[in-house]
Design a protein around this ligand. Sequence first.
Ligand code: KIV
Length: 282
Amino acid sequence: MKRTKVDFGYLQERKRSGEKITMLTAYDFPTAKLLDEAGIETILVGDSASNVVLGYPDTVPVSLDELLVLVRAVRRGVKHAMLIGDMPFGSYNVSTEQAIANGVRFMKEGGCEAVKLEGGGPMIPKIKAMTDAGIPMVGHLGLTPQTASLIGGYKVQGNTAKKAQAIIDDAKAIAAAGAIMLVLECVPGRVGGIIAKEIGIPVIGIGAGVEVDGQVLVLHDMLGFNLSFAPKFLKTYARLGPKITRAAKQYIAEVKAKKFPDDAHSFNINDTEFGKLYGGNA
Ligand code: KIV
């Protein structure tokens, strides 16, 4: 079946029809290619790269330049999915001019088709200014990991009427500012459902229940690289961590025991040629 290139119109049509939209993160060429070929509709080069692939303790340290290297690798692997770049902490917080300049870098240097930033309130005029500058914007509300320390840590957000209303208001303002999509992280399912109903742009949830317009997970989490990371919203679809450890241990044991490489994995030289080496004394 011929696949269409995912654009804003495609996503709007899925929202209208009620067909759920799929998103995963990716950080390198080969996995991005596999996800794209599998039919994923949107790929986010998340600032989660900071902890899941670069080994920092959380999402704050990763720089724009570090992320751009990953974005360009992912771009080379993606043909059909919409590619979204995630603005790291510090790349849009200083000023609107900084936010626009760095959003442009994601598009020109990274080949992104949209750019995501975290937060409501003071971030909303930036989303509008970036949209006006021609950058398709994705909002991110609920649990915003870059500012987790300001919102009480990595916790469910919007679980009182007042807090839920604040998120709903921000979501409406982000949509009115011209964003093309909203990521909603760790909010009660019923609050996610209200937001998806009340705003006209697709709402993609991570820990936001089934009533939103689509779902996103961090690739390394859903593939089970680190099984000790097990938040309630996460479903692990594979257990690659133990598989990789098992494969590495088997390799180490076989190399030590001279079982690898065996004949099947070695190259040969015929006896005549070998005999000529060192005047036949090899
Ligand atoms: O950085 C990321 O991976 C994200 C997702 C959790 C949506 O922002």
